[in-house]
Design a protein around this ligand. Structure first.
Ligand SMILES: [Zn+2]
Length: 432
């Protein structure tokens, strides 16, 4: 039962404020159900369990989950090559509402339920209410993010301005004209919008009156949160989710840690063993979704965090991820997108004249920047300036297409500058 009325504090009070013991009981019942469902319907999951000698009957409690091997993002890449949707669909493909493609490529299905990715709850916790006019500044095509938020906003009764990415000036004009009161997107793009609004002569707080914002896809250091809050005059709350799973965790009005969403189970595990660690200990965020459409059981996100069970003054009883600590492995998140060394290799392998490369990610202001450093084979290094310029243009373009991210700068470095075994993606960003 969802709460009615404009001033509601929770989207679904019964679920969100459920007593601790009852929450545990319900989660385990739902866990047993989803494991049995996935085993029956999703071939890849069944094979995985059989290989590990796990029968669905053996998974009764949250700690029993450890018996099931994790599925990581890299595993998904392989699985999606082998079978439609990785062999993880729990419904016939004809039942999907939409399907998307994320870098990898990984194909993301959308089930037919209203607000399939369950963003209405997190948006409500961030202060969004029926009647709000929300600018949704994430991509609406190919990748699922735009629709994820759109569906949540609609379920909540908000008017949506489908801004998408880029077109900053148009987005500002639409937001002002339509009287936007709320924003969804990355924090860095919100900052750009505010700056653009001022540049166009609009007065913040008067012409553009944002009340709240839900930001995701990037780290949100407290210093940046304060700067944006001050400039926009709006409350900024953050959430954590993935294109594969939808909403996973979200901040409430307290803004101290992110409550685990009610329709997923989150474990914090030692990435090397897959075993659960205790509250307060950091490890990889592993998510099991109760979604019957796309059976992701023990999905290893590659993000590191730690959890607390301490009661929250907001009244929600789910545990909280205190903060996202960073990433394990080589994939690095830039402007909300994962940059995989493998994808870069795919592009570089078409250019035999390139001996080595490195992407350096920095953050001079509020925006991530990518520098591609390229070391040429010694003969190629003798090329004319003109040839180098055309190679520079082509590499930036091809790499930008493959990563779905702009390469801000490309620098040719002298032979033997990049040491063998050097990191292919070097993350030099500092967070507070
Ligand atoms: Zn709370």
């Amino acid at each position: 039962m969802q709460d009615q009325g404009k001033q509601r504090e929770y989207f679904d009070a019964a679920k969100e404020t459920m007593a601790y013991a009852e929450r545990g009981r319900q989660q385990e019942a739902r866990l047993r159900h989803i494991v049995a469902h996935a085993y029956a319907k999703a071939l890849t999951f069944r094979e995985k369990c059989q290989l590990a000698g796990v029968d669905p009957e053996m998974v009764r409690t949250l700690s029993d989950l450890e018996r099931i091997p994790m599925t990581r993002k890299d595993d998904l890449l392989e699985l999606h090559k082998q079978r439609p949707f990785g062999g993880l669909l729990g419904v016939p493909p004809q039942k999907l509402k939409r399907a998307f493609i994320s870098p990898g490529p990984i194909y993301d299905p959308e089930g037919e339920e209203e607000d399939y990715w369950r963003w209405a709850g997190p948006l409500c916790a961030a202060g969004f209410r029926e009647g709000d006019v929300a600018l949704n500044s994430v991509s609406y095509h190919l990748t699922p993010l735009g629709w994820m938020f759109d569906e949540g906003l609609r379920a909540l009764g908000c008017t949506v301005l489908p801004g998408g990415t880029g077109n900053t000036e148009q987005q500002v004009k639409l937001a002002v004209y339509a009287g936007a009161t709320a924003y969804v997107g990355t924090p860095s793009f919100l900052m750009m919008l505010l700056e653009k609004a001022e540049e166009l002569g609009f007065e913040l707080g008067k012409d553009l009156r944002l009340r709240c914002a839900l930001v995701a896809g990037e780290m949100l250091p407290e210093s940046l949160r304060h700067r944006i809050q001050e400039k926009a005059g709006a409350t900024i709350r953050q959430a954590y989710g993935t294109a594969d799973l939808g909403a996973v965790a979200y901040e409430c009005r307290e803004g101290r840690g992110m409550h685990i969403a009610d329709d997923v189970v989150v474990e914090i595990v030692d990435p090397s063993t897959g075993k659960q660690v205790g509250p307060g200990e950091s490890g990889e965020i592993v998510v099991t979704s109760f979604d019957e459409t796309y059976c992701l059981i023990r999905f290893g996100t590659g993000d590191l965090s730690y959890m607390t069970n301490e009661p929250c003054p907001c009244g929600r009883t789910s545990p909280r991820l205190v903060r996202i600590v960073g990433r394990i492995g080589d994939a690095v998140k830039v402007r909300g997108m994962f940059v995989h060394p493998r994808e870069i290799d795919n592009v570089i392998s078409r250019y035999p004249q390139v001996a080595a490369y490195q992407i350096v990610v920095t953050r001079p202001g509020v925006r991530d920047e990518m520098l591609l450093r390229v070391e040429l084979q010694s003969q190629a290094n003798e090329q004319t300036v003109e040839n180098k310029e055309s190679l520079r243009r082509e590499l930036r373009e091809k790499m930008g297409e493959a990563l779905k991210l702009k390469i801000d700068n490309l620098e040719f470095v002298a032979p033997a500058t990049l040491a063998e075994g050097a990191k292919k993606v070097l993350d030099e960003r500092k967070w507070d």
